[in-house]
Design a protein around this ligand. Structure first.
Ligand code: S3P
Length: 424
């Protein structure tokens, strides 16, 4: 499907965005491993999270989905059963990496596959630590999916992660729930901690002392109801849109503002973005708030180090803000962008260049000269949801019409994105 975006004269309104993708995945997975019924409200019915539901159904879990409510009839920590067919994770890196940690410890074997993008996403980053724990994972595709996982008894490890990745950390933490001994993980830079928060909510014993994370085997996890907040990664498209589009004033209600995810807010505020955090509150161990945004005159910044994992998924849309800001913005330490749903440094540069703006690609990020003007053009999503949505945000400030081809991939994380953008 193609989508045409026209210039907007201002964004106004109060609204909610789709549920948090990371939290929705985890709620289904951990609910499946917990004893009893977990009712999830505000669930993201995006394609990635539906892939997680389909995998856990194949592992013998009864899961009912009714709009944004999900009921997971968990069977306890040892309740999964051997699937009768290959588990298909679709486009979801979170599903394949996290489920690998769980499947490694089962008393049955399983096969995992996914779409053509998933078959290019590095899996050695989880195969290596899981193998150290005693897992037996076979790739017939040189370290990429499809994978066969032969269930084994696991043991605890001490692991220093070479890259900051919540998916890798979570995969090891899930395996640690089944492993004898105490597993210790050291991250080079802190990544999102939803796994630690939610597993503890279900009864696990995970601690983080000065960046050293420990976890040990559990006898059982216990079901608890959960409410998923709005996804800050989805809110980011509207935050940037409102900042760069004149005459805008929006309030995005009920957004997760876990500090391991709010790099985008910190970066945009440092650039002079008028953003207010309202009604801050707690839900299921996660911080939630309403985010108010006004159009703003932005100035350039440098992103590097600790902030990068705290806004890794928001960098494509952040590029739109940097292209509008006064001065030159530098993004460093962001090589992880190359192994997302697409190589996001290359794809954002390529598509934005069609819109008449120039980004310089560097070894580990981008250099973005500000005050460039977007022109409407036909751009390609590369089947990457966040590239499609970043192009749409550029489209609302571009002169002329912007057409995004293969635009329906937004259904991965934000099914009603275009309707919402149109409605403002
Ligand atoms: C995610 C972690 C991040 C992020 C992805 C979701 C998660 O990936 O990019 O969209 O839910 O744990 P990495 O762990 O590879 O950085």
């Amino acid at each position: 499907m193609d989508k045409t975006i026209v210039k907007k004269l201002g964004l106004k309104g109060n609204f909610k965005v789709a549920g948090d993708k990371s939290i929705s995945h985890r709620a289904v997975m951990f609910g499946s491993l917990a004893k009893g019924d977990t009712e999830i409200s505000g669930f993201l019915t995006g394609d990635d999270c539906l892939s997680t539901i389909s995998c856990f159904k194949k592992l013998g879990i009864n899961i009912e989905l009714d709009k944004e409510k999900v009921l997971v009839h968990g069977k306890g920590i040892n309740g999964l059963t051997k699937p009768t067919s290959t588990l298909d994770v679709g486009n979801s890196g979170t599903t394949i990496r996290l489920i690998s940690g769980i499947l490694s410890a089962q008393n049955f074997d399983s096969k995992l596959t996914g779409d053509s993008s998933i078959q290019k996403r590095p899996m050695n980053r989880v195969i290596k630590p899981l193998s150290e724990m005693g897992a037996n994972i076979e790739s017939t595709n040189n370290g990429f999916a499809p994978l066969t996982i032969y269930g084994r008894k696991l043991n605890a490890i001490n692991y220093t992660m070479p890259v900051a990745s919540a998916q890798v950390k979570s995969s090891i933490l899930l395996a640690s729930l089944f492993a004898d001994g105490v597993t210790t993980i050291v991250e080079p830079v802190a990544s999102r901690n939803h796994t630690e928060i939610m597993l503890n909510y279900f009864g696990a014993n995970i601690e983080n002392k000065n960046g050293i994370i420990t976890s040990s085997k559990v006898d059982e996890l216990y079901a608890k109801d959960l409410t998923v907040p709005g996804d800050i990664s989805s809110a980011a498209f509207f935050i940037v849109a409102a900042l760069v589009c004149e005459n805008s004033h929006i309030i995005i209600e009920n957004v997760g503002i876990n500090p391991t995810r709010t790099g985008i807010i910190d970066a945009l505020k440092a650039m002079g973005g008028k953003i207010n955090i309202l009604n801050q509150r707690q839900s299921g161990g996660e911080l939630v708030a309403d985010i108010e945004v006004f159009s703003s005159n932005l100035t350039s910044t440098t992103l590097e180090g600790d902030i990068i994992p705290r806004m890794i998924d928001e960098i494509p849309v952040f590029a739109v803000a940097a292209l509008c800001a006064k001065g030159t913005t530098y993004i460093k330490d962001a090589t992880e962008l190359k192994v997302k749903e697409s190589n996001r440094i290359a794809t954002i540069k390529e598509e934005f260049s069609k819109m008449g703006v120039n980004i310089i690609e560097t070894e580990d990020g981008m250099i973005i000269k500000g005050e460039q003007k977007f022109k409407g053009a036909t751009v390609y999503s590369h089947l990457d949801h966040r590239i499609a949505m970043s192009c749409a945000v550029a489209g609302i400030i571009a002169d002329g019409e912007t057409t995004i081809t293969d635009a329906d991939c937004v259904a991965i994380s934000f099914p009603n994105f275009y309707e919402l953008l149109n409605s403002l």
